[in-house]
Design a protein around this ligand. Structure first.
Ligand code: ATP
Length: 204
């Protein structure tokens, strides 16, 4: 699966729309300190659903919207789109080109889109599960994460291997199934209570 395009508009230092085509031999992004290289990585992490403002090097989510400059007004909307070539059908979808979009308005409204159709964040995380692509997976790694993996902070090395070996999906499903079981057990208890009450009044 090939990352093909990243479009950023109104996100952090990118006031104007910037398109980076990765299928044209781009292997590295260089530039002076503070020019926005890490913001490109933040944009990828964000569009894939990153919820932690700390991971995005920001105090609050609103701060990721372009804040303006001396001569420019601040933006009202941050929008990032990330496109993948899915001709090898690695992503479980019929589409050969997949574009994920995330928008955040200054009033707090937000939106996720898959191939320009509004969706939930869960649809995006489910789509990329066990592909190694995601806000916290191993394909998008910033300097801080390298340190965390080396020091094995919060079992980060284990999570990395689990994602790479494709078992995260099963762990998630197991958790969801256990939650369903718990709900069903609570329902059963309620049924037993009802039965007890009904049986008491049955004879009279
Ligand atoms: P270094 O090489 O030092 O790591 P870098 O190229 O990775 O730097 P970034 O950390 O990506 O740089 O970008 C930092 C720049 O982004 C700063 O100039 C900061 O002012 C700008 N920036 C961050 N958030 C916003 C925002 N909401 N609006 C406008 N500019 C922003």
């Amino acid at each position: 699966m090939q990352l093909t395009r990243l479009e950023i508009k109104g996100f952090k230092s990118f006031g104007d729309k910037v398109t980076i085509n990765f299928n044209e031999g781009v292997t590295a992004i260089v530039g002076p300190n503070g020019c926005g290289k890490s913001n490109v990585i933040d944009a990828m992490r964000w569009v894939l659903g990153e919820q932690s403002t700390k991971a995005l090097r920001s105090e609050k989510m609103e701060n990721i919207i372009f804040n303006g400059t001396k001569n420019r007004k601040q933006a009202q909307l941050a929008e990032v789109s990330l496109s993948f070539d899915n001709t090898k059908n690695i992503l479980p979808t019929a589409y050969s080109q997949v574009t994920v979009t995330r928008k955040l308005y200054r009033n707090g409204d937000s939106e996720y889109r898959l191939n320009d159709v509004q969706c939930r964040l869960k649809d995006i995380t489910d789509l990329f599960l066990d592909t190694g692509i995601g806000s916290d997976s191993y394909s998008i790694i910033e300097l801080k994460m390298v340190d965390e993996i080396i020091t094995n902070k919060e079992h980060s090395r284990r999570s990395l291997f689990e994602e790479a070996s494709g078992i995260s999906k099963y762990k998630l499903r197991k958790k969801q199934t256990f939650n369903k079981l718990k709900d069903t057990e609570a329902d059963l208890e309620r049924v037993e209570d009802l039965l007890f009450e009904i049986e008491k009044t049955l004879k009279p």
